[in-house]
Design a binder for this molecule. Structure first.
Ligand SMILES: CC(C)(COP(=O)(O)OP(=O)(O)OC[C@H]1O[C@@H](n2cnc3c(N)ncnc32)[C@H](O)[C@@H]1OP(=O)(O)O)[C@@H](O)C(=O)NCCC(=O)NCCS
Length: 305
């Protein structure tokens, strides 16, 4: 996508993912993003599961497929582990409350309440964002080649976003679609209001490319003041993934931390990742799509009908 709009003044530093300190310091104008592999060997998965609340364990049990269940456990366990690094509390001591549309937040019993976070997970990878006192949203998507992106865009994106998509060379269009999708979703997730603002009533327009200028211009025709309250940018999550971040107000310094799996084992050691608990054989079937992928696919199917 080419230059489409004059952007807000934002952080332009190139983001790299580095090993975090045990107790990272999060200044009030900073955003920390964390990237984590969700495929963990059984002993680690058990350790993460031991930190979950009874409500989270009940949710985990509702997943039909073992892989989905294990990735939910890993994502929630890592969320707790990450947040506890900023707090004087153990991962299992954290409690969450939920907004009207399900957005989780730390229960504000103390000044910990000012720690804001959001997460997104897709196909074995999770992205987390943490700030102090700024509403935040992140989204991560696998760039799929088999999705009828243009039809979905026609239905859900704004006219300006569709024009930007059509102006993108064909070979880059799937990636551009997922970039726009993650930007829109990160804004929706930051506000926590779900789809109260229809998707085609706001525009997310990358100023240039992720590599050259990751800032994204947000505009809301009916409410320019609301649009000016937010900063959006694309994130370099991993090859074949698109990711974006939306934060309330000015985006100050951005730091990227890579969560290290203690064993450092390659993901191919799949036999170690099974049988966290004994479930009937149907749960052992290979399931490659997780919740979010099915949602995006369902949109495509609805359109094709
Ligand atoms: C639920 C929703 C947050 C999307 O989730 P998703 O993309 O399927 O999944 P992600 O992995 O990115 O995010 C899920 C996480 O976001 C958080 N979350 C849940 N509800 C949320 C909300 N209303 N706002 C912000 N974050 C929320 C949770 O931590 C959740 O993780 P959990 O399962 O561990 O509890 C919501 O934005 C939604 O349904 N959006 C669909 C709207 C749509 O069609 N968008 C198209 C954009 S073009």
């Amino acid at each position: 996508m080419g230059p489409v709009a004059k952007g807000q003044k934002m952080n332009q530093a190139k983001l790299t993912w580095t090993t975090p300190p045990d107790k990272p310091v999060l200044a009030s104008d900073e955003v920390h993003v964390w990237l984590a592999d969700l495929e963990h060997p059984v002993p680690q998965l058990k350790t993460l599961r031991d930190t979950l609340s009874s409500g989270e364990l009940e949710r985990a049990d509702r997943f039909h497929f073992q892989r989905d269940r294990e990735q939910f456990i890993a994502a929630r366990g890592l969320l707790r582990a990450i947040l506890s690094r900023y707090l004087d509390r153990g991962p299992d001591e954290l409690t969450f409350s939920y907004g009207p549309n399900g957005k989780p937040a730390l229960t504000s019993e103390s000044d910990e309440g000012e720690l804001c976070f959001n997460l997104s997970r897709r196909q074995g990878l999770a992205l987390y964002a943490v700030t102090r006192g700024q509403k935040i949203g992140v989204d991560l998507e696998l760039i799929r080649e088999d999705l009828a992106c243009e039809q979905i865009a026609e239905r859900f994106f704004s006219p300006r976003e569709n024009a930007a998509l059509q102006a993108t060379p064909m070979q880059m269009r799937q990636e551009a679609f997922f970039t726009l999708w993650t930007c829109k979703e990160s804004y929706i997730k930051a506000t926590g209001t779900g789809l109260s603002l229809p998707l085609d009533q706001f525009n997310v327009l990358p100023i240039a490319t992720l590599a050259t200028k990751p800032e994204v211009f947000l505009s809301i025709e009916k409410d320019p003041e609301e649009a000016a309250r937010w900063s959006l940018r694309m994130l370099p999550a991993a090859p074949r993934y698109a990711a974006a971040l939306a934060v309330e107000g000015h985006l100050g310094q951005l730091k990227g931390w890579q969560w290290r799996n203690d064993t450092g084992r390659p993901r191919e050691h799949r036999q170690e990742f099974s049988a966290l608990d004994q479930k009937p054989a149907v749960h052992q079937r290979r399931e490659t799509r997780v919740h979010g992928d099915r949602r995006i696919e369902a949109l495509g199917e609805r359109i094709q009908k």
